[in-house]
Design a protein around this ligand. Structure first.
Ligand SMILES: *[C@@H]1O[C@H](CO)[C@@H](O)[C@H](O)[C@H]1NC(C)=O
Ligand SMILES: *[C@@H]1O[C@H](CO)[C@@H](O)[C@H](O)[C@H]1NC(C)=O
Ligand SMILES: *[C@@H]1O[C@H](CO)[C@@H](O)[C@H](O)[C@H]1NC(C)=O
Ligand SMILES: *[C@@H]1O[C@H](CO)[C@@H](O)[C@H](O)[C@H]1NC(C)=O
Ligand SMILES: *[C@@H]1O[C@H](CO)[C@@H](O)[C@H](O)[C@H]1NC(C)=O
Length: 545
């Protein structure tokens, strides 16, 4: 495991630099986000909260802003979705309070010495200037920023009836919202790392209608684009940003300049579907929910829409006890790899100065631990590292398309332990994946060779061998999730169906397929492999030859 991780980290660092895209601003090119040079820039972001009552980026009482910016970058993220409340832009009384005064007014005296010690340059700045300085620090450290209008009144979000949910709600005056967007777009125009603006987080509630969506969202978008033509303009859908299906019936009409900047965002958590992940069979649920996500959002990637889709919030309780979340994550990772989406993890912060009346609330979804000293769960980070790199897209067509066999439960891919050895297939860094080719005959060939993947007995490691037209080298996709890859081994009592199965030790063997349907208690992800297409030359080939 440790050698795999080292390779993994090195390749992440190397590839990260090439995918940052210094060529800001960014544009939409068909379904891809690209830099000025036309080359894809994949957004691999993390959310960083600055929209609660202190209106101050979380964690600055525990670490300096530059240390946090460096942490973001060194863990393979190239951008931050940085939240703000409308009031920060439209209420001068609030915006001009110093950080210190605002903490005092909230009674958060305990946090002040930590902020003064770690960020002495920020504590006596007006909160709007402190917000700018955090953006500037990310710029200095090569981190792109998406400014996310999270709600109107500073505080925790989101409730159906909190008055921040939809145009016309108690705290959501569309005119003030547009005024705030324009102010932020203008203020951040000089910041080259501000590459996008999310116009409003999680529209929702009893007052939501597609009519009002079409009335206000394009207006907000044009206003932002007029004030700051550099930024991507990112639009969320209805029902807590789960639903963009209404765009099937009606197009968003925009100016041509804006059309080249338009991106759609959506959110997907385990609890989006209640406790579905533990109330049903893992495969059946994954198949159904993946279908819904594609139906409600994913269609935008394809003809005739061709928009980039940004999964701007996803995440799990990283303590490991949340079975619903663990099951969801494997399924989501398969979809993320398949569609090669841009994304933002929820979330960076290990804790909050104040959230929902609790001081120093631990954020169990946080990438960083409660005291911001370290990664909360390195296993989790390694998993999602696998989707930080692009798999394809403009400027990334080094080679003709090939297949990676991605194991979402580990964030690793199937490869030979060493190039010459056909008999040890292991899970390793996806950047080093073999170039597999899934043929019409159902064989999984090592591209350009007469060799293919073969099952050689129940419980035995799979191998690569010379193709000879036998059943044990023909692979098909099983179950509603289509994430089981199965073959037939002939035995003394006829054929036995086996599936690729990843063991704890990273060795991939063939075992009877389990958890295909019905059973609600099982976790199917040990046998899940997603065939994903890539056109990026694997680094293994680069280093091996
Ligand atoms: C503006 O902010 C101040 C300071 O937080 C607050 O007291 C006031 O109510 C706000 N005004 C509006 C109109 O929201
Ligand atoms: C919905 O709109 C009505 C009428 O404007 C308003 O009274 C109500 O508070 C709104 N609902 C929410 C959740 O804000
Ligand atoms: C990290 O998450 C995994 C599951 O994703 C869990 O098994 C493990 O216990 C977690 N580790 C820590 C330190 O919380
Ligand atoms: C931070 O928290 C970790 C565990 O969450 C603990 O091991 C470490 O000692 C803490 N460090 C400080 C400086 O408090
Ligand atoms: C492969 O085997 C199948 C039957 O198992 C046979 O129908 C087919 O013709 C064979 N193909 C080749 C190329 O030999």
């Amino acid at each position: 495991m440790s050698s795999v991780s080292v390779v993994c980290v090195l390749s992440i660092v190397l590839l990260w630099q090439s995918s940052l895209g210094n060529g800001n601003p960014l544009f939409r090119k068909s379904r891809w986000i690209v830099g000025e040079d036309g080359r894809r820039v994949k957004l691999a972001c993390v959310n960083w909260v600055s929209h609660l009552q202190p209106v101050f980026a979380e964690g600055l009482g525990k670490k300096s802003v530059s240390e946090i910016s460096k942490d973001i970058k060194s863990n393979g993220f190239n951008c931050v979705r940085f939240t703000w409340p409308t009031d920060l832009a439209t209420n001068n009384t609030l915006a001009s309070l110093t950080v210190r005064r605002n903490f005092e007014s909230l009674g958060l005296y305990h946090a002040i010495p930590g902020i003064a010690a770690n960020n002495p340059d920020l504590i006596d700045l007006p909160i709007i200037e402190a917000y700018e300085r955090v953006v500037a620090s990310m710029d200095e450290n090569g981190v792109m920023v998406i400014l996310d209008n999270h709600l109107t009144k500073p505080g925790w979000c989101c409730d159906r009836t909190d008055g921040n949910g939809f145009f016309g709600d108690r705290y959501f005056d569309p005119e003030i919202w547009i005024e705030g967007l324009v102010k932020m777009a203008t203020l951040f125009r000089p910041y080259k790392n501000v590459v996008g603006m999310s116009l409003r987080n999680e529209l929702r509630g009893p007052n939501q209608t597609t009519g009002s969506w079409f009335k206000y969202m394009p207006r907000g978008a044009e206003a932002v684009n007029a004030a700051n033509p550099n930024v991507l303009v990112i639009l969320s859908g209805l029902s807590f940003d789960k639903d963009l299906s209404f765009l099937r019936n009606q197009k968003v009409k925009t100016s041509e300049r804006l059309a080249n900047k338009l991106v759609f965002e959506f959110h997907w958590y385990s609890f989006t579907d209640g406790s579905a992940w533990i109330n049903g069979n893992h495969n059946e649920i994954c198949g159904t929910i993946t279908g819904n996500v594609k139906q409600n959002v994913g269609f935008l990637l394809d003809e005739p829409y061709n928009y980039p889709v940004f999964l701007s919030e996803f995440g799990i309780d990283e303590r490991g006890g949340d079975l619903n979340g663990i099951r969801y994550l494997s399924c989501l990772m398969a979809v993320m790899a398949e569609l090669d989406l841009d994304w933002a993890l929820w979330t960076l912060q290990g804790d909050y100065y104040l959230r929902q009346d609790t001081v120093e609330l631990n954020e169990v979804y946080g990438l960083l631990n409660q005291n911001w000293s370290n990664i909360r769960n390195t296993t989790f980070l390694h998993r999602i590292s696998a989707i930080q790199q692009p798999l394809k897209g403009p400027g990334y067509s080094d080679v003709t398309p090939y297949t990676k066999l991605f194991h979402p439960a580990a964030g690793l891919c199937l490869l030979r332990k060493s190039p010459g050895d056909a008999h040890e297939l292991v899970l390793g860094s996806c950047a080093e994946s073999e170039s597999w080719e899934y043929t019409d005959e159902g064989t999984l060939n090592l591209k350009g060779t007469g060799l293919g993947l073969r099952a050689i007995g129940v419980g035995n490691p799979v191998v690569v061998g010379k193709l000879r037209n036998s059943s044990d080298e023909k692979w098909s996709l099983k179950s509603s999730s289509k994430l089981h890859i199965a073959s037939q081994i002939s035995g003394k009592d006829g054929f036995v169906e086996v599936c690729l199965d990843a063991g704890e030790n990273g060795i991939v063997a063939s075992y009877p397929c389990t958890c295909l349907d019905g059973d609600k208690t099982c976790d199917a992800s040990g046998q899940w492999f997603k065939m994903v297409t890539s056109t990026i030359k694997p680094t293994a080939e680069i280093t091996r030859f």
